[in-house]
Design a protein around this ligand. Sequence first.
Ligand code: HEC
Ligand code: HEC
Length: 354
Amino acid sequence: MRKLLTISALMLVVQIAVNCSEDPTFDPDGIHQASDGPTPFYLEVPANFPDYFLDKDKRLTEEGIALGKKLFFDNILSKNRNVNCGSCHFQSSSFSDPRVRSIGTNGEATTFHSMPLFNMAWMNEFFWNGRAKSREEQALKPVVNPLEMDLSWDEAVSRLQEHPEYPVLFEAAFGTRTIDSNLVAQALVQYELTLVSANSKFDDWLKGEYELTEMEAIGQAIFNSERGDCFHCHGTVLTTDNLFHNNGLDSDEDLKPGLYDVTGNEADFGKFKTPTLRNLIFTAPYMHDGRFETIDEVIDFYSDSVQNNRNVDVLMEFAFQGGVRLSPFEKEALKSFILLMTDSNFVQNPDLVP
Ligand code: HEC
Ligand code: HEC
């Protein structure tokens, strides 16, 4: 009797296995019916990172992410159907652009250097001057920007609506075939949130899994002390304080408005968003206007060429003497430490591109 039961149980298992492989909607638990809508995707917080700054009800789904990825790399969103988000945010450049300025749909150059895109779940303000206060607000801007994609949202939406695939993909992701700009932005953001870079030797070191070489240890001490003074703004595991500072790039005559353009507050004149120092090896040229071609040039600047302009940040304590004045050896050591923040897997991960 028992044997018979075992056999019939086995047959049941086989039967279920067969059903599963034959019928993709078959679900023995009855929980994941196709009609339940998109498949939830849980964004993992890397072990050594703080919890991300997302609304806790923010729901990522496999279908939303896939749609966002398709949109990100589709020329359909540009006026002349010749550029997409990825034309100025290349994976090989950590989703930044090796050109000083990027070229938009009309062949014109952007105002600023492109920014790398990753770890956006740990940011709240976007663009060099912080003019977007949410990821969704940011995602709406490149499409209509005349120097970038130069397409009205009306036109963008009707192109997508008439496309053979997009209405179906929006239905899979959001439960509706009626496309609007907010859903496009939400899909783009879902994809962007999956661009997480946390797999560098710097992370291994923070987790106690990597021991610094003598040179890197000297660089670390310079970075995280008054000697180099980098930690004040590029501290923590994120390597940015997510704030806006005037780091003394320009003299009073050459000062660019930066955050002032958004707030109209004179104290914000010359302040720009503190960029991450992760993946620098892939993101040259540097600063909002791409003025420095190499990491050495950046370090030379902080060491010897800081301008004591009228708004220079109080944290740039050595601005009065042109910078922190590092020796050539200290500069090399500092660079070796910064280069530990390199995540080569991120720029090669095939899952992040179509
Ligand atoms: C023609 C080039 C170009 C195109 C196309 C483009 N971008 Fe950008 N992107 C830039 C530049 C340049 C900046 C920095 C501009 C600034 O601060 O004013 C930027 C900044 C950003 C930022 C801000 C990052 C941060 O850390 O604050 C995000 C996010 C972004 N782009 C996403 C997108 C998305 C999504 C698309 C497609 C809908 C897109 N970009 C299309 C050039 C481009
Ligand atoms: C007062 C805050 C502050 C301090 C201190 C500071 N930085 Fe910065 N850093 C910034 C800001 C703000 C920017 C962007 C400035 C811009 O583009 O106008 C920046 C830009 C950079 C960039 C360019 C990154 C990119 O993607 O373009 C590098 C590299 C850098 N800093 C390294 C350092 C190093 C190394 C130190 C220490 C020697 C340091 N910073 C000290 C605020 C600071």
